[in-house]
Design a protein around this ligand. Structure first.
Ligand SMILES: *Cc1c(COP(=O)(O)O)cnc(C)c1O
Length: 224
């Protein structure tokens, strides 16, 4: 099932997004075992994303290959466990977090690739900078030693109003384009999960994060 789903989604995105840009599929692996993740990788998945530092660490040595993304809320005091092991940090949602990653990266002699998370639905339950602050944050972080800003990430609110959601995607795309226009490092707009990935690709996303769609429903009681 995992293999079938992985192949199906890789094939569905192979035509690119609405701009003909290549789409990266990040398999969202929270609660999944290393064995399940390895099956997805064997079926062609190139990128995987963890939400929790504990899971990232526990499974790290047991997963064979794959670019390791970090996609969840990240506590500043846990950054040290991810430095040098993370392909892309999706969830830079506050200045202290960016500063900690920059400091630890510089100390390790590396540069870390990051996305700036935007709270596009202005939801209290979600992290991220307000859309209006996005470009200023980008300008600031791109000058920070130890960081490479590669683009932006957002999670859409739950809504049945597709016009509203498409409008939010377009606002994200406009921010992405503004940064990309002056900076060739900017290449990712990470937006889209199992419930809304299609709408996101039709409205400018070029990186989607799918969990349930690939692995099935999550069982939070299961151990790693
Ligand atoms: C869990 C998660 C996903 C994937 O969610 P699904 O609905 O299972 O596809 C994507 N992004 C983030 C940040 C997540 O935490």
């Amino acid at each position: 099932m995992i293999e079938e789903n992985a192949r199906k989604f890789l094939s569905e995105i192979s035509g690119g997004n609405c701009y003909g840009e290549k789409v990266t599929l990040v398999a969202a692996t929270k609660t999944r075992t290393a064995e399940e993740i390895n099956r997805a990788i064997a079926a062609g998945i190139t990128d995987i994303g963890e939400n929790k530092v504990q899971e990232f660490r526990d499974k790290f040595d047991f997963i064979h290959g794959g670019n390791r993304h970090f996609i969840g809320h990240l506590q500043t005091n846990k950054v040290k466990y991810l430095i040098g092991k993370t392909y892309l940090y999706h969830s830079i949602d506050r200045d202290e977090l960016a500063a900690e990653i920059a400091k630890r990266s510089t100390a390790a002699g590396i540069t870390s690739d990051i996305l700036i998370q935007i709270n596009i639905g202005c939801e209290e339950s979600k992290g991220g900078y307000p859309l209006e602050a996005g470009f200023e944050v980008y300008t600031r972080l791109k000058q920070t030693e130890g960081l490479h800003v590669k683009g932006f990430m957002a999670m859409l609110p739950i809504s049945n109003d597709e016009k509203y959601l498409a409008g939010l995607c377009k606002q994200m795309r406009a921010l992405y384009e503004k940064a990309k226009a002056e900076d060739e490092n900017v290449c990712y707009l990470s937006m889209g999960m199992s419930g809304d990935w299609k709408l996101c690709l039709e409205n400018g996303s070029n990186m989607i994060r799918l969990g349930t769609a690939i692995f099935g429903e999550r069982n939070y009681g299961a151990s790693v």
